[in-house]
Ligand binder design. Structure first.
Ligand code: NDP
Length: 264
């Protein structure tokens, strides 16, 4: 059987691909031969990620200045990618942010900031790549959810609402676009070491130890722990899978669902 995970000739767009989980996924898809487009706001970070991917994996790679909270920026970015490469095979909706507060402390505009980035932004990116994927008769959309796609969290309500929404969006898009050959799936990471969670560790003393203790596999994840799931959902290996979510969480969610004493 030929390599089901091969991505030679495919074009993958990773929003927020210049940092953390997005960079880990960009690296993973590059190892399978995909052309990589890093789509994010900070041009210096994007240029560094592009150089790193080009030198380590030797695949075509470019950066696009891209703000998922701005529809014009999304549409312009996707148009540039189509002009340069003529196709988009994989969209990874990874760009995300969090405002950590108790629910009673949020300002109304903070609702918009989080939702516009994490949920509306991802939706607008799906809409923007749809014509290309429909025309190709094939496409893979991978949404990056979270454990908060499954569970609430007291001090990150807006983030949790956005990530549950992303899972719901995955289900609906999968149904709507299945006959067009577009697979829409969601990865649900557990606690992964990135700039986002470094900030969380600063805000929440004891978090590092708590996660190590409570995660059945006994450690935080690293961005490259997402590699296998991303390769799978981006490649032909997942052609008969859509509307699915895949936890990459060291067992975190399973631990929640079971009475696990003594500890595994
Ligand atoms: P990072 O802070 O390292 O990365 C966030 C990325 O999103 C950056 O590349 C940033 O680039 C980009 N980004 C933020 N806002 C925008 C925007 N408006 N437009 C375009 N890009 C944007 O965090 P992580 O790697 O941890 O997070 C990546 C994703 O994984 C997020 O969706 C997060 O919710 C999710 N996740 C993370 C977990 C973890 O434990 N780390 C667990 C579960 C989910 P730039 O600033 O240049 O725009």
């Amino acid at each position: 059987m030929s390599d089901l995970f091969n991505l030679d000739g495919r074009v993958s767009v990773i929003t927020g691909g210049n940092s953390g989980i997005g960079k880990g996924i960009a690296d993973a898809l590059a190892t399978k031969g995909s052309t990589i487009i890093v789509a994010a706001r900070d041009e210096a970070k994007t240029a560094a990620a592009v150089d790193d991917i080009a030198s380590r994996f030797g695949v075509p790679v470019s950066g696009v200045s891209f703000d998922v909270s701005d529809k014009t920026s999304i549409d312009d970015g996707i148009a540039k990618i189509m002009e340069q490469y003529g196709r988009i095979d994989v969209l990874v909706n990874n760009a995300g942010m969090n405002i950590r507060k108790m629910p009673q402390e949020y300002k109304p505009e903070e609702w918009d900031i989080v939702m516009n980035t994490n949920l509306k932004g991802a939706f607008l990116c799906c809409q923007a790549v749809y014509p290309a994927m429909k025309q190709q008769g094939k496409g893979k959309i991978i949404n990056i959810g979270s454990m908060t796609s499954l569970f609430g969290i007291g001090k990150a309500l807006l983030y949790a609402c956005s990530k549950m929404g992303l899972l719901s969006m995955t289900y609906s898009l999968a149904l709507a676009w299945a006959r067009e050959g577009i697979n829409v799936n969601c990865i649900l990471p557990g606690w992964i070491v990135t700039p986002l969670t470094t900030a969380a560790q600063r805000d929440l003393p004891g978090l590092r130890e708590f996660v190590e203790e409570r995660t059945p596999l006994g450690r935080w994840g690293q961005p490259n722990d997402l590699a296998g799931a991303a390769m799978f959902l981006a490649s032909d290996a997942s052609d008969f899978i859509t509307g699915e979510s895949l936890r990459v969480d060291g067992g975190w969610a399973q631990h929640t669902n079971t009475v696990s004493f003594p500890r595994p």
